[in-house]
Design a protein around this ligand. Sequence first.
Ligand code: ZN
Length: 504
Amino acid sequence: MSGEQQILINARVLRLGGDLDLPPVADVLIGGDGRIAAIGDRSEFEATAPKAAIIDLAGHILAPGFVNAHYHSYDLLAKGCFESQPLEQWGLVVTRLGGKRSLEEVRIRTLLGAIEALRNGITTIQDFSVVDPMDDAYADAILGAYAAAGLRVIFSITVRDRSQIDTIPGAAELVPADMRSAVGDAAGDPEAQLAFVERQIDRIGERNGMVIWALSPSAPQRCSVKLLEGVSRLATARRLPVYTHVYETRAQRLLADVEFYRHDGSLLRYMDSVGLLGPHVSIAHGVWPDEREIEMLARTGTGVVLNMLSNLRLRSGVPPIARYRHHNVRLALGSDNCSCSDVQSMFQVMKLYCLLGGVMDPAPSTLRAAEALSLATLGGARSAGRSDEIGAIEVGMRADLIALDLDDPAFRPLNSVARQIVYAETGRSVRHVWVDGRIVVRDGRSAIVDEEALAAELLKIMPRVRQDIERFQSDAAKLSLIFEEIGRRTWSADLSFSRYLHSD
Ligand SMILES: [Zn+2]
């Protein structure tokens, strides 16, 4: 996106290597190419930009925009529909919201999620997207919405060729034939899915860096060797990052022990056998790997995107954050689905990252708020191989910036900017947001989308959506006894370690 030059003056500029408690006041020149052209005193560079717009940010912090490294836009309209329940039961409703929806609904839901993210200071989001049907128009509806909101997206299209019912331990045996489709009994064709993804990459391109392509096998247990090998080949040929779900729940751990015995009971060894570990790969969640697998992640440079909000919401347990830190596993942070974290805000995610260690170990940790801040910005950028482009305020990098208002109660008194962003802020202070040098949120509202008109469009489609959610919930209720039994089996099976706290 090219535009006019701007000089942002008088803000306290938060640079990750600098003073994070009281960042110094500096001026920032945004070039017409959407990149940061200079940082310092404007007297040093304003002669090079005589026509630049001057934007006074006195009383603000200028921080790098957040990079949310794990998110799904498809269930946004189910926000607030669920109490806390296990992933397998929640999935009975949400997975059905992903497919066969109208293009209008897809556009509206993606746009709403994008605006929420931006208003919370997220400037890049990894949408682990469901494109169902696999039709060009659906990919266009999603990416059109991101373009309309002005949000940068790390975009991936989910592929899988094993059905849901075949990957939940006990489900194929217990669910009656007439209810199998409600759980999910369709598998995709590996070649057709990969061909679709490749065609979208060629057809749509990177749109000047606003679309960063990635690949997303849904989860290793949901994909055949053939499909994973295809993903691996495509990732290498096109130099693309890969995101996949691994070990989110105890059930998935147990499934690995039983079904992947040829790979030593390890989904990660299965991934390794098809070339899908390495610095270009990030696994989402990583709640249930064992110690040897954590070492394997570290050794191969494979990253983990932690999603503590959804792990707690879906009763999946607490990821082994201390072990990841001990082994120097590359980390990033995500908020996950709209219906299992209910908020697109890295403020909540950073705070949980810092606090959760305390439920396992009362001793003081070396974990600092600055680390959470770095993971929520550069960590996410690194997961996509783009930490030289986004995630920090440095000359030459894309101008993805947020201005936080120091008048907000979260910053009164101002003792430490980093700690108050992580522990005190809720998203309320985000006043202005730039992506690629373009102002996309001004005074806390989208600067380019008519939010009121969008709300009116949403009202029109919601009766139908609610009807469908109720129907899916009623089907899920019919399966509740069976899924309670699946849960009992899962929780009573032996495992040598736990990610839950036990009172005994
Ligand atoms: Zn996910």
